[in-house]
Design a protein around this ligand. Sequence first.
Ligand code: SF4
Length: 287
Amino acid sequence: MPLTIAQVSSKEQPTWCPGCGDFGIMTAIKQAITQLNVDLENIVIVSGIGCGSKMPHFMKTYGFEGLHGRALAVATGVKLANPDLTVIAVTGDGDGYGIGGNHFLHTLRRNLDITWIIENNAVYGLTKGQTSPSSVKGFKSPSTPNGAIEEPINPMALAIAGGATYVARAYSFDMPHLVKTIVEGTKHKGLSVIDTLQYCPTYNKIQTMDWFKQNLVKVETLGHDPKNKAAAMELVLANSGKMPYGLFYQEEGKWTYEDTLLGIVGGSAAKADLNSIDMGKFMAKYR
Ligand code: SF4
């Protein structure tokens, strides 16, 4: 029997601002879990710090709310300890692309079989509206009162170039598309990076609902082949016209970090026979 949304949900309720895109992302993750055909005890949702990083609290899966910027490091550890688990990391754009930028780059080149959903509202919401790595040039905030000088980060281009094997952008108000993207990304064997555009009505007065309606276009309408890496890169680097959302790139059959490493060390901690491990020599060093 497929799980219901009620079975996936914990008793805790979010305290996000009315209209926050996190509500849509939370609902989409729950819907996706009902379609994954994976038992709840085999799913781990890992997050960092931010408004949307409260996500593990609202699920009946296992979860870990970690340090700011460190969700991917924790997700990596969970996957290596037990590769049979379905591991989903959820972070904001500031958390994932800014504070956790170094983990972003190095997780890309490992191609672990985990899914990373970035709640991208182009602002630091929890800490009261500072400019984030995704904020548009000229964005005024308490940290850039005269407007942001830098260009925003291009996470999709970085993800493709860095080695992720499922690279997609979704939008929190296109629920069927977001659910489908999370389901497909989670089923994909390898690193799935899902940059999810969302609305922060409290602190981002540029990317409003109207802005999204006028500036987004579905990749599916552009005749793009997601198996073509060069075309995917060209699409995400295009700097004119509407912003595409959908699946940019997918590569199947690539090696994963956990399969390779666990092959070298002889298996995961979760399956190890702990009774046969002699800690005596190790402990002797500290006597
Ligand atoms: Fe959502 Fe923005 Fe409010 Fe945070 S500050 S809960 S991101 S609307």
